[in-house]
Each structure stands twice: as structure tokens, then as C-alpha cells.
Write a protein that binds this ligand. Structure first.
Ligand SMILES: Nc1nc2c(ncn2[C@H]2C[C@H](O)[C@@H](COP(=O)(O)OP(=O)(O)OP(=O)(O)O)O2)c(=O)[nH]1
Length: 208
């Protein structure tokens, strides 16, 4: 059985590879704004879960022929803090603004997960879940913040920070699942795979 990762995220791919799975990667290309706009007053956890489902569903047709009995995984990460849910900063200005608000405080990094099990090319079972991880932010100096934003890293990641990259210098710690902050929660994905009758060990490419 193959696991199809419905994501363009290099971080998610790295997490799965490091955990023994070589996924088939298919980028969903989902219009996240359109999916969010179709929801009626979703909670932050419902929002990221719905986006994860949309991403996984979007790649079913592309993989059903070649991998009719695959298990598909979609994820979406956003940062919840000060009553707002935010994704990627996109611009240096937004990244700086956000860091000036986040510094010294905490936020909840939410990652929605969707696992779709295919049977004969059709979706047979769906399992979803959202993992919330508290992130405790450090206090970069203005010079450090300017240098960090100038690298471009914070612009393309949810919340404008990483814990396993340059951002790690400015994150004091996380309370909860670090893999979820990076992009995909391994323990939650294991449980969701179990819900659709798949054992994660059957997906490992490495054998002891
Ligand atoms: N390496 C790393 N990446 C992070 C971290 N926090 C967030 N990210 C990345 C993972 C995802 O690629 C991105 C979250 O944005 P999305 O959930 O929309 O995924 P993305 O657009 O990258 O790909 P996708 O929509 O799944 O095709 O931010 C971190 O701590 N480390």
C-alpha cells in the first residue's frame, strides 16, 4: 500500500521520510480561500480540518488509477493567537508585524489532518483530526528580526516561523507535538490511519 501526500510542503515530506515513509507526492492546488469562504463560521480547528480534507480529496482522481488502494493524507497548518487565525505572512512587512506581536508570547499552531482510504480507486473511509501545539516565542532583537525576515524563510510558512530552521533561534519551546508544528503530526496521523484500518508499520519503507 502507498501513502499519497497531498501537499507541496517540503517540510511534510521530510517529516514522513524521516519517519520511514516514502510518500507519493501530489500537489492539491486547492484554492484555500475558496474552501474557507464556503464554510459557515468554522472554529479554527474546523477550518484547518476542512482545508486538509479538501486537499486530500483534490488528488483522488489523480492517483486513483495508479494507486487504487492507496491511503491519502492532506494537512493544513495555521497559527491561532490573539483571537485570529493566520497562515503564511506572504510579505516581509506582514512577517515583521506578526513577530512584533508574537514575541515573548505564545500561540497555538493548529494542523488539520485528513486521511482518505481508497478501495478500488474510490474513497472508502475518511478520518480527520486537528492537533494544537502551543508555541512559546522568543524575543528577537530588531536586527535579528530584520535579518530573519530578509532570509525569506518566514514568508512561506504558517505563522511566519519554523522550529527546525532559522526560526528555531527565536522559538523558546513547544508544548505538544513538534512534528505537528513542522507540518504533520506523526502520532495523530498514526491514529487516523488506524481509524481507516491501516497500520503505520505497513507503510514503512525501512525494515529492521
Ligand atoms: N520546516 C518547517 N515548516 C513549517 C513549520 N511551520 C510551518 N511550516 C510550513 C509547513 C507547510 O509547508 C506550511 C504551512 O502551510 P500549508 O499548510 O498551507 O501548506 P503548504 O501551502 O506549504 O502546502 P500544501 O497546501 O499542503 O500543498 O508551513 C516549521 O516549524 N518548520
Amino acid at each position: 500500500m502507498r501513502l499519497v501526500l497531498a501537499s507541496a510542503s517540503p517540510a511534510r515530506l521530510t517529516v514522513l521520510r524521516s519517519a520511514g515513509i516514502e510518500p507519493v507526492v501530489r500537489v492539491s492546488g486547492v484554492d484555500e480561500d475558496a474552501v474557507a469562504a464556503a464554510l459557515v463560521d468554522p472554529s479554527p480547528a474546523e477550518l484547518v480540518a476542512a482545508l486538509a480534507v479538501a486537499k486530500a480529496e483534490a488528488v483522488v482522481a489523480a492517483v486513483a488509477g495508479e494507486h487504487p488502494d492507496a491511503v491519502l493524507v492532506g494537512c493544513d497548518s495555521m497559527l491561532f493567537g490573539d483571537g485570529a487565525v493566520v497562515g503564511k505572512p506572504g510579505t516581509p512587512e506582514v512577517a515583521v508585524q506578526r513577530w512584533r506581536r508574537m514575541a515573548g508570547g505564545t500561540g497555538e499552531l493548529l494542523t488539520g489532518h485528513a486521511v482518505l482510504r481508497l478501495d478500488g480507486g474510490a474513497v472508502r473511509q475518511v478520518a480527520t483530526g486537528t492537533k494544537s501545539t502551543t508555541v512559546r516565542f522568543g524575543e528577537p532583537t530588531e536586527r535579528e528580526l530584520a535579518a530573519y525576515v530578509a532570509t525569506g524563510e518566514p514568508l512561506a510558512v504558517a505563522g511566519g516561523f519554523t522550529i527546525d530552521g532559522l526560526g528555531g533561534w527565536f522559538v523558546e519551546g513547544v508544548d505538544g507535538d513538534p512534528s505537528s508544528v513542522i507540518g504533520i503530526s506523526l502520532p495523530l496521523t498514526r491514529r487516523l490511519l488506524g481509524e481507516v484500518g491501516v497500520s503505520v508499520v505497513d507503510l514503512w519503507t525501512t525494515t529492521a
